[in-house]
Ligand binder design. Structure first.
Ligand SMILES: O=C(O)[C@H](O)COP(=O)(O)O
Length: 228
């Protein structure tokens, strides 16, 4: 039975500072690194051992993957880094404090920017210090200026269909180390969650989510490994 492990990166520096992050590349904190290592130990203790890994092009997800694999003695596992697993691009909100932004624009507006399905935050200005168009890791990729969850799903699902789903069908146990909103995209797809309901799903940092799938990759069961 195909098995999929999803993990959101451990606490990042900007999770700690409560700043909108998106594609900006912040590292994990000490606490985040500990969460990632503990996740790997839990996977090892429960015997849920990945044979293939996917992650984004962002340090916090890559490092989380590596710390978890290290805890499992599995740093040798092949990994594929794909920009399509990046966090949703936070546009012009990138770098701003979430509480200060709510004080300025109101809680309702910030909730729309954070959790609506298809309303993106304002675009990021090309002159912004957070513009990543010239970052070498995104060479050849049209870096978005902002993204809604819908936009994020539109690039995560092709990655799922082209790479992750075929690997699961071929018998690999796959770990995907990614981000709150790129993982929301996968959970929405796999668990058939509606556009309205997905906005209420929160994914905690550093907690492995296990999907037991049937041969057609339909969900048999989804659970947090820490609860078993
Ligand atoms: O990009 C960010 O700021 C976080 O990783 C996710 O933020 P959110 O909880 O506002 O979606």
């Amino acid at each position: 039975m195909p098995r999929l492990i999803l993990i959101r990166h451990g606490q990042s520096q900007w999770n700690l500072e409560n700043r909108f992050t998106g594609w900006w590349d912040v590292d994990v904190t000490e606490k985040g690194a500990a969460e990632a290592f503990a996740a790997g130990q839990l996977l090892k203790d429960k015997g849920v051992l990945p044979t293939l890994a996917f992650t984004s092009l962002q340090t916090r997800a890559i490092k989380t993957l590596h710390l978890a694999l290290e805890a499992m003695g599995r740093l040798w596992v092949q990994e594929d880094k794909d920009w399509r697993l990046n966090e949703r691009h936070y546009g012009g909100l990138t770098g701003l404090d979430k509480v200060e932004t709510a004080a300025k624009h109101g809680d309702d507006q910030v909730k729309v920017w954070r959790r609506s399905f298809d309303i993106p935050p304002p675009v990021l200005d090309k002159s912004s210090e957070f513009d990543l168009s010239a970052d070498p890791r995104y060479a050849g990729i049209a870096v978005p200026a902002t993204e809604s969850l819908k936009d994020t799903i539109a690039r995560v699902l092709p990655c799922w269909n082209e790479k992750i789903a075929p690997a699961l069908k071929a018998g690999e146990t796959v770990i995907v180390s990614a981000h709150g909103n790129s993982l929301r995209a996968l959970v929405k797809h796999l668990s058939g969650i509606s556009d309205a309901d997905i906005t209420g799903l929160e994914i905690p940092t550093g907690q492995p989510i296990i999907y037991e799938l049937d041969d057609n990759l339909a969900e048999v069961e989804r659970y947090y490994l820490s609860e078993r």
